[in-house]
Design a protein around this ligand. Structure first.
Ligand code: GUN
Ligand code: FE
Length: 444
């Protein structure tokens, strides 16, 4: 592992490029200075390169999870079988409020081990209200590509005192974090302003986020229309549907990602499409919290930008893109028939379409010369995933244990099944201790 950083030769893999033509070929990938410099036949003669033998394996663009909450990983299993608003008020918000820097770091790093192990090279993360520098430090250490930002909450019923900020503080802290972290770690780390959802933000906060985010060239990341009682409460407050409320506050556009959008009208779908707003589809979380099934094929037909995410560990309870791809397809087949959402479409949501939603389509999301070497290697030679169709083998038959290598900007994050940037044993041990400490703090 001591060869020149960012230079690598990936030999003999089946390259599932996810480029415009959805080209699949057998060949090599040369990585120089963290970028894909050549695809095809590359001689191994030039020295100084790390060699990755991908014979019998598939090489794909790394998975992109556009909606996660790493800060919630330590809360996995703490809030089962509850609807959204009760789940937030009774467990998730008190859990986030009880965290300090140590438990937050343990939570984030535990989540990072899981997302990297399952082939994720880019995430968009919603942090909690406090301690966001800790999240960014861990993101940087892991070398994952990430948009992240602190959650913004300046009102709302049932919000614990520790999570309720003043409007001014929420804006000032967010902007200071953005100035500190947007573009950090050679551009791998970027800022996304994160108003949690309409119900936890005042109208003044909502109206001021857009201009500040845009001035700072940051993204905007929020939750929208996940569950019917949330939609009803927004309508009571504003007399309008959620997407229309966001439109009124200038919070739609190509730089905005809305998690869920399960309950959206035709009019809202048109608004999403017209503005280029991204919908961050979280099928597992939508099923587990009983939110419903998002009308993804309908949004797709209307031209809405779409991507995938696992959401947080307590509403899933995995952070695994294989689960999300599989479910994204299966739930639509159940609704609309077996022709809905073929495997290749699900894989596109987890790769190139995720990149498009984050405005990163020139940098990542497909295997193309000039793009960053953000790659995942999947062993397709196991008893459970050999098959006749590469896409269905990947989406329906493979899982995270089949991931052998994960590379971001030419740097190995997972190499032959071993995490390279994070000390997994130490993280799991620390998480076990912090989980106990956090439980005691919540009980107090
Ligand atoms: N809506 C507002 N906050 C959250 C959250 O933490 N998780 C989910 N699933 N929905 C939310
Ligand atoms: Fe979420």
């Amino acid at each position: 592992m001591s060869k020149s950083p960012g230079n690598m030769l990936i030999k003999g893999g089946t390259l599932i490029t996810m480029d415009k033509a959805r080209k699949v070929l057998k060949g090599d990938i040369l990585v120089e200075d963290g970028r894909i410099s050549k695809i095809g036949k590359v001689s191994a003669s030039a020295g100084g390169k790390l060699i990755l033998d991908a014979e019998g394996k598939a090489v794909l663009p790394g998975f992109i999870q556009t909606h996660v909450h790493l800060c919630q990983t330590l809360l996995r299993g703490m809030a089962e079988d509850m609807p959204l608003l009760e789940w937030l008020k009774k467990v998730i918000w008190p859990g986030e409020a009880a965290m300090d820097d140590r438990s937050l770091e343990a939570s984030v790093e535990l989540g990072l081990c899981e997302v990297i192990r399952s082939g994720t090279t880019t995430i968009q993360d919603m942090g909690t209200v406090n301690g966001q520098d800790v999240v960014f430090e861990s993101l940087k250490r892991s070398n994952i590509r990430a948009f992240a930002g602190k959650a913004m909450m300046d009102m709302g019923r049932g919000v614990p005192r520790k999570l309720k900020e003043t409007t001014r503080n929420s804006l000032q802290t967010s902007e200071a974090l953005c100035k500190r972290w947007n573009g950090a770690n050679n551009g791998l780390v970027r800022y996304a302003f994160a108003p949690r959802f309409v119900l936890s933000c005042s109208s003044r906060l909502l109206s001021e986020i857009g201009p500040i985010a845009r001035e700072n060239k940051a993204r905007i990341h929020t939750h929208c229309s996940e569950q019917a009682p949330e939609v009803a409460a927004v309508k009571r407050n504003y007399g309008k549907d959620n997407v229309e409320v966001l439109a009124e506050f200038g919070l739609l556009g190509e730089d905005v990602g809305l998690a869920h959008c399960v309950h959206v009208s035709r009019k809202e779908i048109r608004l999403l499409a017209q503005t280029g707003t991204g919908v961050l589809h979280c099928p597992s979380a939508n099923l587990k919290l009983g939110s419903g099934i998002a009308p993804v094929p309908e949004m797709d037909e209307s031209g809405v930008r779409l991507s995938l995410g696992a959401d947080g560990a307590p509403c899933n309870n995995n952070l695994n893109p294989f689960n999300e791809m599989r479910l994204a397809s299966l739930i639509q087949k159940a609704r609309l028939g077996p022709g809905a959402m073929p495997a290749v479409n699900a894989l596109a949501l987890a790769t190139i379409r995720g990149a498009e939603v984050l405005g990163l389509e020139h940098e990542t999301g497909s295997i193309e010369e000039g793009k960053s070497a953000d790659l995942v290697v999947v062993d397709l030679g196991k008893a459970h995933n050999t098959g006749h169709d590469l896409y269905s083998s990947l989406v329906f038959a493979s899982n995270r244990d089949d991931v052998t290598h994960v590379i971001v900007a030419g740097k190995p994050l997972l190499w032959q099944g071993e995490l390279m940037t994070l000390d997994e044993d130490a993280i799991v041990k620390k998480a076990e201790q912090e989980k106990k400490r956090l439980t005691a703090e919540i009980d107090n």
